[in-house]
Design a protein around this ligand. Sequence first.
Ligand SMILES: C[S@@+](CC[C@H](N)C(=O)[O-])C[C@H]1O[C@@H](n2cnc3c(N)ncnc32)[C@H](O)[C@@H]1O
Length: 232
Amino acid sequence: MQGMFDSAAKSYVLVNKVITFGLDEKWRHSALKEITPREECRILDICTGPADLVLKIARKFPRLEIDALDYSPEMLTIADERAKKSGLSNIVFKECDVTGIKFEGAFFDYVTVSFGFRNLSFSPENLAGALKEVYRVLKPGGRFIIIETSQPPNRFIRALFHFYAKQLVPLAGRIVSRLKTPYNYLGNSIVKFYDEPGLLNVLESHGFKKIKIAPFLFGMVLLCVVEKEASS
Ligand SMILES: C[S@@+](CC[C@H](N)C(=O)[O-])C[C@H]1O[C@@H](n2cnc3c(N)ncnc32)[C@H](O)[C@@H]1O
């Protein structure tokens, strides 16, 4: 998995733009709007990839130091280059697996993830490990903000979406990046991922409380905000 993300790093941003018709930026922006920091607020972006979401966060809150992690060194190299090019020096990138976050204790007011949650859920054990870690590093009352693909409730739209994900996403990915494996994987992982009740269920079973859920494009993408118990 990690090697696959390394290989996709160079073309990832462009492929994303192509397969979402540029809507990915709007969806990440919806996650950004959920962050309303106080002073001294700590934010961690996980599965940061080439930094698409964390660049927006760092730009909007230039006085905060933002942490960002990913286990792919190639993704982090591109993330770092993009941060430097944007003149942003308030992001600290760390090479790290979400199932073993290198921070002690309840440290963060927000943990964010854009289009990375699906990758954590390739096995129930991996997802459980990752969610335990996110819960651990959040302060009581801290929020986990997720933007991710999901399943449209309407069966007809869902069938169209699955056709697009399984047939056209791999084709477009292959044409733009000349890579086959990552975009076959992407299509397959999209059709297998949780619907809205399933996503909420898995988050609640790991102790999170629902704050907000908002669908985009008939539920093809979901913004989900959950909270760690204030008293825990
Ligand atoms: C689909 S990309 C998302 C990138 C970016 N957040 C975005 O908005 O497009 C998923 C990223 O998650 C990373 N990733 C997947 N599983 C991970 C794990 N267990 N620990 C750390 N990073 C992980 C991959 O290396 C990849 O960069």
